[in-house]
Design a protein around this ligand. Structure first.
Ligand code: ACO
Length: 377
């Protein structure tokens, strides 16, 4: 009897987790038991990293110490800067993947998969990630890389290293919230990829490189970049209807809509929707938000009954764009937020490991006669 094929592993439970809870019907997301709405509104990315890696929200003194460790670990080796220089013409997400891989060569814990060492590496990768992205971005523009600024928080320092000047408080907070919203999401494709790597007892750097590679695709982390490209193509709210109709009628998809798990609105989207609106008004560019909400409130309404709503990436791109971040950096920003989540998934995998190795039902030819090469016509 033919086995039941669980295509795309849809609705398959791989294991148990204490990382995040997702109710796709209700549109509910918890990290380690805490509602994403509370975390987005009341915490900081540094607190969320701590929560994910250590399982509890930090006290004031724990956070102070942890933040100090993060700030002290932002500098990347000169050799890695040279490697980023050699690949400066590549897409930023490819450069980030290369940079993380290169960092392994300089990490003394690289092959230690104990929980303590994996957390140490996760902290270092989280701290160094923004330096990799900002360094590559400056090198490709022919600019000197900026040294990390230990007086700024994680998101503020990232913007500082990208643009060479200290961001205002609002920009820092926008990016902080964005990092929080992207930090962890169960067995999503990139975390699953990272888990598969960890399940072979490969190291965290390899697992994170896998995660970055999987995230790159437009069906996953690449959506924010595609949404903004679409908004730019539409150009004006009046063109949105016709553009979207043509795209949908020809079998295309509106990027930033739909989700494998959420059949209600992605709870992360709400925090970016309001911020995208406010930022657009403040910057004198309300048109991007108007285009996006036209798509959401008019064009895509019939899709709601099929469980297709906006996802986290729908409004993210417009925020990055308004902050002056080039669209090819969007996926890297997602990756920087997700490093703690990938690390947590790997820690869980190491702690109760079983090699992840599914089956494929063979559908090809059988028992063919082997013909020597000189007799093949
Ligand atoms: N626009 C139009 N139709 C859509 C969309 C969309 N964005 N998403 C899904 N659909 C339709 C499909 O065409 C399909 O219709 P059909 O049954 O008539 O063939 C149906 O909904 C189901 O789609 P699947 O691709 O089978 O569903 P799946 O769960 O595999 O899709 C996915 C999830 C890949 C995210 C999909 O919704 C999509 O391609 N969205 C656009 C890309 C995107 O925004 N990705 C980011 C996801 S969030 C994240 O990774 C952080």
């Amino acid at each position: 009897m033919a086995p039941e094929i669980m295509k795309g592993l849809k609705d398959v439970y791989l294991d148990t987790t204490e990382s995040s809870f997702i109710d796709g019907q209700e549109g509910k997301l918890l990290y380690r038991g805490y509602n994403i709405h509370d975390l987005a509104e009341k915490s900081t990315f540094e607190e969320v990293i701590y929560l994910l890696l250590y399982g509890a929200l930090p006290t004031v003194s724990q956070l102070q110490e942890f933040d100090g460790i993060l700030r002290a670990n932002r500098i990347i080796p000169d050799e890695v800067i040279q490697i980023l220089d050699l690949v400066k013409t590549s897409h930023p997400i490819d450069a980030l993947r290369t940079g993380i891989s290169a960092l392994a060569a300089f990490d003394s814990d690289v092959n230690d998969n104990s929980e303590e060492a994996t957390i140490r590496k996760a902290v270092r990768l989280t701290a160094m990630g923004p330096t990799l992205v900002a360094t590559h971005h400056r090198l490709r523009q022919g600019l000197e890389p900026m040294a990390p600024n230990p007086n700024l928080n994680h998101s503020g320092n990232f913007m500082y290293m990208l643009f060479g000047e200290e961001p205002d408080e609002e920009t820092t907070k926008l990016l902080d919230v964005d990092f929080i919203l992207h930090a962890e999401h169960g067995a999503n494709a990139s975390a699953f990829g990272a888990r598969v790597a960890a399940s072979t007892l490969s190291d965290l750097h390899s697992a994170v490189v896998t995660g970055v590679g999987v995230l790159k695709g437009p069906a996953h982390g690449g959506a924010a970049e595609e949404v903004m490209k679409m908004a730019l193509d539409i150009g004006n709210p009046e063109n949105a209807e016709e553009y979207a109709r043509k795209l949908l009628d020809s079998g295309g998809r509106i990027m930033g809509f739909g989700h494998r798990v959420y059949k209600a609105e992605d709870p992360r989207a709400r925090h970016l929707r309001e911020r995208s609106r406010k930022l657009g008004e403040k910057m004198g560019h309300p048109e991007w938000f108007q285009i996006l909400t036209y798509l959401e409130d008019k064009v895509m309404v019939p899709y709601r009954s099929r469980g297709i709503f906006v996802n986290v990436d729908f409004f993210a791109g417009s925020i990055y764009y308004l902050l002056g971040i080039p669209d090819d950096l969007f996926i890297s920003i997602f990756a920087l937020g997700r490093i703690p989540g990938w690390a947590l998934q790997c820690i869980e995998q190491y702690n109760d490991n079983m090699l992840i190795r599914p089956l494929l039902e063979y559908s090809g030819k059988m028992d063919l006669e082997f013909i020597p090469i000189e007799q093949r016509g």
